[in-house]
Design a protein around this ligand. Structure first.
Ligand code: ASP
Length: 356
């Protein structure tokens, strides 16, 4: 190590130490976040996508029983991953184009600023729990495909076929209707339809859940079966830290559901948290990242006749002070929240109103 390096690193340490000790107003002027106040109390708040309404009751209860925020949110989303009726997450999730369910999930723990994720994971119904173990027991952040499956097996997760009859029939109906020029004959119109109402309007779904406890600690999780009928191996935004979710414990968190590709091209969750660090409210930060997605969406195939993004994208934001918001490209739309007033659905702020 050169004398210069030593001097420089000492200088940096001294500078960082000096900045950390600055009074609040000076920290603000220096562009630094407000430091967590030792022993400061906040209220507990849980936010989630609308399909997490039941889960957040459990998460809130766990927070009241002093569970760690990450333990609580993962226990909450496990309920949705286990539910065969939710066709966007875990067991019963819609499969890829070959009829195989592939799951993505990520977790982030605010107090330690650690993260873990898995992508394109097959046969394991709780990818969020595997993502948590990646964070807790490895030096890595993201494991994919076969490696993620081997890691899950090593930790004793049981493999199972995640494709329910309902999901299989929905996939088959999609496949049979793909092209009039192949050998898969479309079922007669009068046949009972089992799944997707609009076959060619690709639907998405996911659960994101974030929790703030009364010690000011925040953690979050996003888990999904991703875009239905995707190309095998496709990874969405959900397991990508900074896109599908992000938390900075001094500031707040953000997570997403909706068109993953649009989020991946804009790294929206990280951006939203940074906007909140700069003083924006959760709602304003969320709407601002949606506007940025709009301005970056330039392909005609992704725009409607009025030039608006022809896809859904939502963000769920939680501030360290207990403020929160759900924002959506298209409204009306709802998100789930639990606090001292109970668990409920609230309206998202949105950019564009759906026309009937
Ligand atoms: N964002 C997820 C993905 O693109 C899907 C969704 O939320 O609906 O994989």
């Amino acid at each position: 190590m050169s004398a210069f390096t030593v001097t420089r690193s000492r200088f940096l340490k001294t500078a960082v130490g000096f900045l950390a000790g600055l009074p609040f107003a000076s920290r603000l002027r220096a562009g630094l976040p407000a430091p967590p106040v030792a022993g400061s109390r906040t209220r507990s708040v849980v936010v989630a996508s609308a399909n997490g309404l039941t889960a957040i009751e459990r998460v809130y209860q766990l927070l009241a029983n002093n569970s760690d925020t990450l333990e609580a949110v993962v226990a909450g989303v496990n309920m949705v991953e286990d539910d065969p009726e939710d066709m966007s997450v875990g067991y019963g999730g819609l499969p890829n184009e070959q009829g195989v369910v592939e799951l993505d999930a990520a977790v982030m723990h605010g107090p330690s600023h650690k993260a873990g994720a898995v992508a394109a994971l097959r046969n394991i119904k709780n990818p969020s729990s595997v993502a948590k173990l990646v964070m807790e027991t490895t030096d890595h952040v993201l494991l994919v495909g076969e490696g993620a499956l081997q890691f899950a097996r090593a930790h004793g997760f049981k493999e199972q076929d995640l494709l329910t009859e309902k999901a299989r029939k929905t996939w088959l109906e999609w496949k049979q209707n793909l092209s009039p020029k192949d050998d898969w004959l479309a079922p007669p119109q009068e046949d009972e339809k089992v799944g997707a109402a609009e076959l060619f309007n690709r639907s998405t779904g996911t659960i994101h859940c974030a929790a703030l406890n009364n010690r000011g600690e925040i953690s979050c999780v996003t888990t999904t079966s991703g875009l239905e009928f995707k190309i095998p191996g496709r990874v969405g935004d959900s397991p990508i830290i900074g896109a599908g979710l992000y938390v900075d414990n001094d500031v707040g968190s953000c997570g997403s559901t909706g068109r993953g590709e649009a989020n991946l091209q804009n790294l929206c969750s990280f951006h939203a948290v940074e906007l909140m660090r700069g003083g924006r409210s959760p709602k304003d930060a969320g709407l601002e990242v949606l506007r940025q997605v709009v301005s970056h969406t330039r392909e005609d195939r992704l725009l409607d006749k009025k030039g608006r993004p022809d896809f859904g994208l939502k963000f769920y934001l939680l501030g360290r002070n207990g403020s929160y918001a759900g924002v959506s490209m298209w409204g009306p739309a709802k998100f789930a929240v639990a606090d001292e007033k109970g668990a409920r659905l609230e309206e998202c702020a949105f950019l564009y109103a759906k026309e009937d």
